[in-house]
Design a binder for this molecule. Sequence first.
Ligand code: ADP
Ligand code: MG
Length: 242
Amino acid sequence: MSPIVRLSDVRKSFGTLQVLNGVSFSVEPGEVVAIIGQSGSGKSTALRCIDALETIQGGEIEVCGHKIHSPDLDKRALRRDVGIVFQSYNLFPHLTVLENAALALTCVKKLSKAEARDISLDCLGRVGLAEKASFYPEQLSGGQQQRAAIARSLAMQPQVMLFDEVTSALDPQLTGEVLKVIENLARGGMTMILVTHEMAFARKVASNILYMHLGRVWEHGPAALLDAPQTEELRSFVGNGL
Ligand code: ADP
Ligand code: MG
């Protein structure tokens, strides 16, 4: 089995600021990797590089067979294989939840309206929003909007999903319902990389934890890592975070 995501010695800087200092890790199909670390350690940048939203200055990234570092990268093909969900939901306000989910299916995948509708309704069902299909984003709670954004990504039937602190704008109750959706996806075998500060959730759902510090993978291993940190940095991070 070859990895679905592979980063090898990735370097990324913004001007003179070196943000990723040689990041290497792999994600196997079906694996759920939780990236944790202090604010500014490069977690979001790493995720954005994986989805080719940033260009890298060194190293290699391969995602579902797409070579992200290659000048010949087909970004459209990449976007079909990778779903990404951010803290802000970025739903189109003038479209219903169903239309939001279906849009890329008709525009990018060129499916018929009926096919797009069926797939979208199925995905809305998976996030518990079947009844809200005809609602507009402003008629939904933050947690429901975030679940709609997840359904929109799922509708593209990606091979890997990336989540960047998707619950950090939500209050605890709404956070729980979004985490439940992600947990169900994990149990269904979806390959995922999630940046999270929900340590209990990471412990429960992740097959591997990746602790980033100063733009490097500082520690990487199963959740038991959190109980026996190898470095002072992770020990103090876990101590502060729990
Ligand atoms: P994290 O997600 O771990 O909090 P980020 O990857 O967002 O960290 O940011 C890592 C560092 O890169 C920070 O110092 C941040 O200010 C900087 N950074 C991120 N994006 C940009 C950008 N577009 N331009 C300049 N600096 C950036
Ligand atoms: Mg971030």
